[in-house]
Design a protein around this ligand. Structure first.
Ligand code: PLP
Length: 372
């Protein structure tokens, strides 16, 4: 699905020297590399504050803590997402209120959001799934109307550009009250272990987040609130600062690969290619097809027999996950999500694919439909 080794080898001297610098300095925690990456990312995103942390899941949890969400508060999130989005809501004793997604973009459905709002609703978590920013104009408008916070889960969409209703281009994750990202190795901007960050333009919120990530500590050994220990290691920050310089090139490579896939599959009677949302660029964290009918699993097995990995993101929606079963939800509640779990399939997507590999993958997908 990804080729991190070839990607590393192409920038090895830069990466190795950045890592070695941290090792020689022994400033492993909160060293200058962390601040250096933070500032570089603030500039790239055009956002006032980036607060690095230990992973994307923590970024979501810390954002909800910083916004002062309290047990019993309802937080709206899509059912078609990675578990982390709902997990932190549940862990904090908040009430996850799940909603359906749009059939073309797989992103949160604003109609479902509006229907789910109650007097206890405090926040919406749009997930910019697979690398495309959700309809933030509609989300922000709804949030303003009902006085809700917007926490963007941009773990899959770093670098995606969104054009708002005023024609202004903004980076994914910098549009709501707070944005969260992950630097997990296979993410579009991945480090060599775990990492994450929180973005905001709100000075007071940023100050609060900085306290929470550091044990709720304002002055050393004086703890004004309950916090967590969530830091980005200096070595990871050094790797990320180097890779950030290549991010736009990496995104371009992903978009080129998606265009090649689209060219091969567009118009096929049994395949639906990913929909391009007109307000957002797509950074293709995943390239996800929908297979009409019921041949999706057979296609996955066929590709596996040709040594082509293809993955189902996600096979089970949150509302049908064992740990999240809740009398409020039952099978059939989210028809789009429940259809997608049976039809989606993600093809290998990364920055190092050559033409021969692309041709091998596309021709095998097409021959499956000829043979089956
Ligand atoms: C990866 C991911 C996360 C969690 O990030 P980690 O760094 O693995 O904790 C959260 N939400 C989404 C949508 C993700 O893809």
């Amino acid at each position: 699905m990804v080729d991190l080794k070839s990607q590393y080898e192409k920038i090895k001297p830069e990466i190795d020297s950045a890592i070695n610098e941290v090792i020689s300095s022994t400033a492993f925690i909160n060293g200058p590399a962390v601040k250096g990456f933070q500032v570089a990312l603030e500039n790239y995103l055009g956002v006032k504050h980036v607060i690095p942390c230990a992973n994307g899941t923590d970024a979501l949890q810390i954002s909800m803590m910083a916004l002062g969400l309290k047990p019993g508060d309802e937080v709206i999130a899509p059912s078609f997402t990675f578990i982390a989005t709902a997990e932190v809501i549940a862990l904090l004793g908040l009430t996850p209120v799940l909603v359906d997604v749009e059939p073309g973009t797989f992103n949160i459905s604003i109609d479902s959001v509006i229907k789910a709002i109650t007097p206890r609703t405090k926040a919406i978590v749009p997930v910019h799934l697979f690398g495309q920013t959700a309809d933030m104009d509609a989300i922000i408008e709804t949030a303003r109307k009902y006085k809700l916070f917007v926490i963007e889960d941009s773990c899959q969409s770093i670098g995606s550009d969104y054009q708002d209703c005023d024609g202004k281009w903004k980076k994914s994750g910098t549009i709501g009250d707070v944005g969260c990202t992950s630097f997990f190795p296979s993410k579009n901007l991945g480090c060599f272990g775990d990492g994450g960050a929180i973005f905001t333009n709100d000075d007071a919120l940023a100050a609060k987040i900085r306290v929470i990530v550091n044990h709720g500590m304002t002055v050393r050994y004086y703890h004004d609130e309950i916090g967590v220990n969530s830091r980005l290691d200096s070595i990871q920050a050094a790797v990320l600062k180097v890779k950030l310089n290549h991010l736009d090139r990496y995104i371009h490579a992903r978009q080129q690969l998606a265009a090649a896939y689209n060219a091969a599959f567009q118009g096929h009677s049994e395949i639906i290619v990913p929909e391009q949302f007109n307000k957002s660029t797509h950074v293709f964290h995943q390239y996800t097809l929908q297979i009409k009918g019921s041949k999706r699993n057979q296609l996955q097995e066929y590709l596996a027999s040709k040594d082509i990995p293809a993955m189902i993101y996600y096979p089970v929606p949150i509302h049908l996950q064992k740990a999240y079963l809740d009398p409020r939800y039952k099978q059939g509640d989210f028809p789009v999500t429940e259809q997608l779990i049976n039809t989606v399939i993600s093809l290998p997507m990364h920055t190092e694919m050559d033409e021969e590999q692309i041709a091998y993958i596309t021709s095998n997908v097409l021959s499956f439909f000829k043979e089956m």
